[in-house]
Every structure is written in structure tokens, then in C-alpha cells.
Design a protein around this ligand. Structure first.
Ligand SMILES: [Zn+2]
Length: 488
């Protein structure tokens, strides 16, 4: 089917709204990646923003810059004058307060009162630094913000107390763990045998109860919270594969057993041999220790009774994309990159089955392939996460799985686009709220091919297929170093 037309007709408003959200996501993730949380940073959570302040070792103890600490919160006017340093801080809509210190001295003034630092004030290149230990005190006196400071993880909650989440194990027909937050959260999620692991980089979350909880339950046996290096982590432990779903607009995460068995992931296809369809697929082998590997999972869309678009009366989308998928696989192999096909025969798979199969296969990259007889050239899509309350019926509740990978997905799309450009192929890069991309917990793109000229049959020609497949494979090869290998 035509992703582009479907998108333009039905989701124009969604697109407009969601574009803003997607941009915000990308920016957030770029910020996170540009400043990896390390012990050398203080993470400040304020009502307006979350930010990191570099922590520098000076005179044998950790220091932070006053301007770096206060500027994200209000207006800062800093005036170094010889060895003296005067700083005026004005909170939004509030009255200014001043700090005065002298290079190499521990005595100064803070908001009109004498103040002694636990180490000498440092003035370097016009920048003033105070010992990290007094940051909570300075926030309170100068920025008049209530603070809660967790020294071990260097997380500082300013203005508002940290957001406490609760854990509730519900046992209906199956056990489910409900993790409820006061505000929507967007952690990165990883799963491995019997674990679901959440990493909160931006959210000021801490547990309402104990850091470590044990459940007397045959499936979900415990949860452990930890804070380190400016991030919070929650690990949920189970006796079987677990998965996480979002509910309540992102304020609740539900951990439950992962659906089993997953549908097939075709291996090592023989391009010349037509694999039989509708053959029962053996269950995946039991998990065993494995080394990280780089696997591209190619998903020829549609299949079976779902023929996709009728490109011509005798040419169905499902067949075109399967042929293209096999060619992309060969082109990747030529470049030393392993690839599997989600279907290597004419079988029907639902979008849910596809998403579950992709996430079970744990690829380094997921590429969905479509074809259309409308539009022109190649459309390269990345996911646009839907706004929380829009078109719920069109999207899965686990619709934010892709969010942690949006920047990497965008990089892959850009790399493929560059290769199309190099081959003078007409192309468009687009973002759209696409399934199953939204549900894929890996870098993911969708490629829809349409004829480059008025001749519709061209779409199935060997030369066009080859040009597209080479562009995709070369684009992936060029960006491979940026994509993490994955432990299967
Ligand atoms: Zn399609």
C-alpha cells in the first residue's frame, strides 16, 4: 500500500502535531547522546528542565561552575573583577540575589549573609567554581529552591521533590507488574533473559518504597532500583521472557510475560528456491550465551492473503517487496553484513506479529519494504511517534518502543538517502506514525519504492531493483559503525 498517500490523507493533522513532538524527541536524544551521563556530571531536575553540570576535580575535591549551575534556572549576571567575583541571580519573576567570592579564599557572601565554603573559591578564565558539597545550600539560599540531593548518583532535585513511582503486582489470569509514575516517562528499555531494564535519563524518578522489592510470584520475582552517574535505573526480574507496555499516556508501565511463541524469522534464504508457504515453523532454540552480532532484519511487507497494492493487474506489492528484500540481503552480504528476512515466502503476518518477531530477533537494524504505484521514486521513512491521545485505535499501546532509537533511525535514513542521491535516484525522506516501526526497539526505517518514471512496470525491473537494493545496502554499510551490535 502507499504509505505516503495514506499518510497524507489520514494523518495530516497528526503529522503536524506529532512533528513537533518528534523534533523534541530527537533534540532530547541528541542532548543525551552528546553529554553521556558520567560520574563527572551533576544532573539537576527542576520544574522547568533537566540538565547536567560538569563536575571538575580541583584542589582534591569536586567543583562546579556557578554560572553553569544557575543559568538554566533564571537570569545570571556574573562579574569577575580581578580576584573578586560577583554574581547576581534573578529567578523568573523573582527578586535578584547576590553571591560574592574571592579567588583562593573560602569566605564570601551569599544572599546578604557571610558564607564559608568547605574549600577555596576558584576563579579561572573569568569563571567562578564552588565545591560540589555546597550546591544544595547555594540552590536553597541563592535560587530559593527546595532541594533534595542524592550524592551517590549526583542527582539533585530542585524546586519540586522527586517523582515517586509505585509498584503493584496484579495477579489475574497472569501476573503483571504495574509501575505508576506521577507524570509520563520515556525511559530506554532493554530486555534480556528474564529481565526488563529501564533507564531514566531525564525523569526525576525515585521509588516510593524500598529500592529493592521481592515478589512471591512464579513469573515476576522482583524489582531493583538504582541511581548512578546521573541516571536512574529499574530492573524487573522474571522467570520467563518479559516485555513492557505503556499505558495511561506514558504514566504507567506494565510488565508482563512476553507473548510466545514468536512468529518465524526466516534464516539463510536460497534466492533461487521458493520456500514453501504455510509450513509450521519450529519454536526458536532455547537461549544460550552468545556474542554480540550485527544483524539486519529485512521485512518484506504484506504477504499471503494480504497482497498489498496492485502495482499492475498481474503484479502485487507483496511479491515485488519479497524480491527486493532478497536482493537487499545479497547486496548486504556482498558488503559483509548479515541479514535475515522476516518472511522469505508468501505468508501473512500481522503488524503485531511482525513487531513481536522483530523485537525477539533483536536486530541491529530493521528495514521494512513497501511498494506503491503512486508517487515517484523512493520514499525513506522513519517513525514519528503518535501523540498520546491521537488515533489510539490505529496504534499499539506499546507505541513508544521506537523512541529510544529515533536518532539512530534518522541517521540510517539519511545514509540511505545519500546513496540514492549518489545514484541520481529520485527520493523523499519522510517521517510518519508508521506501524510496526513505532513498536520496534531497534533502529528502524521503512522504504517504499514507486516507479522513477511514468512506466509503472519499471518498479519490478531488475535494474531498478538493483539500484534501490544497492542504495539501501551501501547506506547501511556506511552507517554500520554507528549502530550497536546486539546480543541475540
Ligand atoms: Zn505496503
Amino acid at each position: 500500500m502507499s504509505l505516503f498517500r495514506r499518510t497524507s490523507r489520514r494523518y495530516l493533522v497528526v503529522l503536524a502535531v506529532a512533528a513537533v513532538i518528534a523534533t523534541a524527541f530527537v533534540q532530547r536524544h541528541l542532548v543525551v547522546h552528546a553529554q553521556p551521563s558520567e560520574p563527572s556530571q551533576l544532573t539537576v531536575y527542576s520544574p522547568q528542565t533537566t540538565y547536567s553540570v560538569p563536575v571538575l576535580e580541583k584542589n582534591g575535591q569536586p567543583y562546579v561552575g556557578l554560572v553553569e549551575l544557575l543559568e538554566p534556572l533564571g537570569t545570571v549576571d556574573a562579574r569577575p573583577d580581578g580576584k573578586k567575583y560577583k554574581l547576581r541571580y534573578t529567578p523568573p519573576g523573582g527578586k535578584p540575589r547576590e553571591a560574592q567570592f574571592t579567588e583562593g579564599k573560602d569566605k564570601g557572601k551569599l544572599a546578604g549573609n557571610g558564607y564559608k565554603l568547605p574549600g577555596n573559591f576558584i576563579l579561572q578564565s573569568g569563571r567562578g567554581y564552588i565545591p560540589l558539597a555546597v550546591v544544595p545550600d547555594v540552590m536553597l539560599r541563592l535560587a530559593t529552591l527546595e532541594v533534595e540531593y542524592h550524592p551517590a548518583s549526583r542527582r539533585l532535585f530542585a524546586g519540586n521533590p522527586p517523582e515517586r513511582f509505585t509498584l503493584e503486582l496484579r495477579k489475574d489470569t497472569t501476573s503483571r507488574l504495574f509501575i505508576s509514575f506521577p507524570a509520563a516517562v520515556n525511559p530506554s528499555i532493554s530486555t534480556e533473559a528474564g529481565h526488563v531494564h529501564f533507564t531514566f535519563r531525564r525523569e526525576p524518578v525515585i521509588p516510593a518504597g524500598a529500592d529493592s522489592v521481592k515478589f512471591s510470584d512464579p513469573l515476576i520475582t522482583g524489582a531493583t532500583f538504582s541511581e548512578q552517574a546521573g541516571v536512574a535505573e529499574l530492573d524487573v526480574l522474571g522467570t520467563a521472557p518479559l516485555m513492557a507496555n505503556f499505558a495511561d499516556g506514558g504514566k504507567t508501565i506494565i510488565v508482563a510475560a512476553a507473548p510466545a511463541p514468536p512468529p518465524p524469522v526466516a534464516q539463510a534464504p536460497e534466492p533461487s528456491a521458493q520456500a514453501p508457504s504455510n509450513v509450521p515453523v519450529p519454536a526458536p532454540p532455547p537461549q544460550k550465551p552468545s556474542t554480540p552480532r550485527f544483524l539486519v532484519l529485512i521485512d518484506p511487507a504484506h504477504g499471503g492473503t494480504d497482497v498489498g497494492a496492485a502495482i499492475t493487474p498481474s503484479l502485487a506489492e507483496k511479491d515485488i517487496v519479497l524480491a527486493l528484500a532478497r536482493r537487499v540481503q545479497r547486496e548486504l552480504a556482498n558488503r559483509g553484513i548479515a541479514a535475515s528476512l522476516l518472511r522469505n515466502s508468501d505468508v501473512a503476518l500481522s503488524l503485531d506479529q511482525r513487531a513481536v518477531a522483530v523485537n525477539a530477533a533483536r536486530p541491529a537494524l530493521y528495514v521494512a519494504l513497501h511498494a506503491a504505484n503512486t508517487g515517484r521514486g523512493v520514499h525513506v521513512f522513519t517513525s514519528l511517534l503518535p501523540a498520546a491521545n491521537l488515533s489510539r485505535q490505529d496504534f499499539l499501546p506499546w507505541d513508544t518502543a521506537q523512541s529510544a532509537f529515533i536518532d539512530l533511525s534518522g541517521s540510517v535514513a539519511g545514509s540511505v538517502a545519500a546513496e540514492l542521491e549518489a545514484r541520481k535516484m529520485p527520493y523523499t525522506t519522510l517521517v510518519a506514525p508508521l506501524r510496526p516501526l513505532n513498536n520496534v526497539a531497534a533502529p528502524a526505517i521503512a522504504i517504499e519504492i514507486a516507479p522513477a518514471t511514468d512506466k509503472v512496470e519499471e518498479i519490478a525491473s531488475a535494474s531498478y531493483e538493483e539500484q534501490v537494493a544497492q542504495s539501501i545496502a551501501a547506506g547501511i554499510a556506511a552507517i554500520r559503525g554507528k549502530l550497536p551490535e546486539v546480543r541475540p
